[in-house]
Design a protein around this ligand. Structure first.
Ligand code: HEM
Length: 104
């Protein structure tokens, strides 16, 4: 079964738009990475400031290899010189997919 890795980003007040804008221009390198299955950027609607970057992979080794790769660096190359970071903190959550169902 697949694995899920979620990067939780803490986004300071007023920076949500900047973060979403950066993601809308993301490199898309991850989409071409072996073992990659899915990505979603999840905006909080519960009053928190934590955005979830959801990724799903065929196996743990594929995710680990991406983290070490040129594609990962290129996917995080946008921070413009001299500008504030769009996120001030991050935390990586890790899951195995146990069961999955999709609409028929
Ligand atoms: C220091 C921690 C991290 C920060 C502050 C961060 C922030 C960002 C930002 C702002 C972008 C938009 C693109 C850009 O600005 O260049 C991005 C892209 C992305 N991030 Fe992170 N990130 C971090 C680590 C991670 C980790 C550990 C994961 C693993 C799930 C991850 C998953 C992604 C993915 C999938 C993209 C899209 C890349 C692409 O299109 O190729 N990030 N991240």
């Amino acid at each position: 079964m697949s694995v899920v890795r979620i990067n939780v980003l803490e986004v300071p007040e007023g920076m949500a738009e900047v973060l979403e804008e950066r993601f809308s221009k993301r490199a898309g390198e991850v989409d071409r990475t072996p073992g990659f299955e899915a990505f979603e950027l999840l905006r909080p609607t519960d009053g928190s400031n934590r955005y979830f970057v959801y990724t799903r992979w065929t196996d743990e080794a594929s995710f680990d290899a991406w983290m070490e790769s040129r594609q990962f660096q290129q996917g995080h190359a946008q921070q413009p010189e001299g500008q504030r970071p769009a996120a001030t903190g991050n935390e990586l959550l890790a899951f195995d997919v146990v069961l999955r169902s999709e609409a028929e």
